[in-house]
Design a protein around this ligand. Structure first.
Ligand code: SAH
Length: 359
């Protein structure tokens, strides 16, 4: 059971665990289903009208319905992307991004407060990792975003909901393995948010043992692998984790995932001027990925001033992309969303914390 800030986080529990908890309060088994549904609909205890009033009162005193609270939302005037800043029960602050696509709403979730992987280009890691998030704190971000969507939709209309999840906010999902797996299991449980694994992308910097283990969980999410380099030498310049796991082993783990799940792997590649973005490096990358069921997602670097890394021009992106295409590697350039609202990982949270310090 997940306990933070002393009160019990009910959103971290499976229906079975809720049943156990309620049994301890002398409640019949069927209440678990009712409570589970309310929690995932974002209804506070007082609004759970089919639960006895006394039970609602007991729960309100000793439990938290949603451990995540929206502190601030910023909506992009360019594309409707919403940047969310959330508060957790112990005062930590995390962030997320809600992207409005034609085919539905995608929410980018954080899995930790900060990150300890140390990737040179990433703002989330600059202050290290304060702690990992509980399953309820991951689910709670979705419940909050559904609330934001409901508030934005017009009267009388069926409110829009989050349909797709990307675990690409702050944190390394596989550095919080058990909580992330439990989160995914609750996410597709009937009576809750009911988001299927095919609507989830999990992005990792490449923790090989966890990648191998995850392939056996029976959770066929889309695996995104942050590669960012054509070889170990360049990868080690950008990502400390590359000193622990060789690229060959990371790619073998990807092949294993493809075999086990039948799903292609997405390689994330942030182009950094003068480091990993030359046409020769594109050719080397293509050689490494030849014959693999995969797709490369090119991300123009969101420059992080603290680290002095430089992004690339449109022309450099094009040349790199064509060099991959010519070698039959499926590739796209990631669309930039919310460019005017600090959409990139960790940027908004940093600004918020920086402001608080200077207050
Ligand atoms: N820890 C996970 C998920 C979080 S980051 C991972 O490493 O995959 C989500 C993606 O954004 C990763 O591919 C990450 O490398 C990339 N990213 C982080 N900072 C970036 C920046 N400044 N510009 C472009 N991409 C960045």
């Amino acid at each position: 059971m997940e306990v933070r800030g002393e009160r019990t986080q009910l959103l971290s529990m499976t229906p079975q665990e809720l049943g156990e908890y309620l049994r301890g309060l002398g409640q019949p088994a069927f209440r678990a289903k009712q409570l589970f549904a309310w929690l995932h609909q974002g209804v506070p205890f007082e609004g759970m009208t089919n639960l006895p009033r006394a039970l609602r009162e007991t729960l309100r005193e000793s439990c938290i319905d949603n451990p995540v609270r929206v502190l601030e939302t910023i909506t992009s005037s360019l594309d409707g992307t919403v940047k969310l800043l959330y508060a957790l029960p112990d005062g930590h602050v995390i962030e997320g991004v809600l992207m409005r696509y034609k085919y539905g709403n995608t929410l980018c979730l954080s899995t930790q407060v900060g990150c300890r992987m140390g990737c040179l280009f990433c703002a989330s890691t600059l202050d290290g990792c304060a702690r990992s998030l509980t399953p309820g704190e991951m689910l709670g971000q979705i419940v909050c975003a559904n609330g934001v969507l409901a508030a934005q939709s017009g009267d009388g209309k069926e409110p829009a909901r989050v349909g797709n999840i990307v675990l690409m906010g702050s944190g390394e999902p596989f550095d919080n393995y058990d909580n992330v797996v439990k989160f995914l299991n609750i996410l597709h449980t009937e009576g809750g948010l009911c988001i299927g694994m095919r609507s989830v992308s999990l992005s990792t910097c490449g923790l090989v043992p966890q990648m191998l283990r995850f392939a056996d969980e029976g959770l066929p999410v889309t695996l995104s692998l942050s590669l960012h380099a054509p070889n170990d030498e360049v990868r080690r310049q950008l990502m400390p984790i590359a000193r622990r796991y060789a690229m060959d082993d990371v790619l073998s783990a990807c092949r294993h995932y493809i075999e086990k799940t039948g799903r292609r792997v997405i390689f994330e590649y942030a182009l950094v001027h003068g480091v990993n973005a030359s046409p020769e490096q594109a050719a080397e990358l293509a050689g490494k990925l030849r014959g693999m069921q995969c797709h490369v997602n090119l991300i123009p670097l969101n420059s992080v001033p603290e680290r002095g890394l430089q992004g690339v021009s449109e022309r450099e992106v094009d040349i790199f992309r064509r060099a991959l295409e010519q070698r039959n590697i499926s590739v796209t350039r990631r669309r930039e969303m919310g460019d005017d609202i600090e959409g990139a990982c960790g940027q908004l949270r940093r600004r918020y914390l920086g402001q608080k310090e200077s207050d």
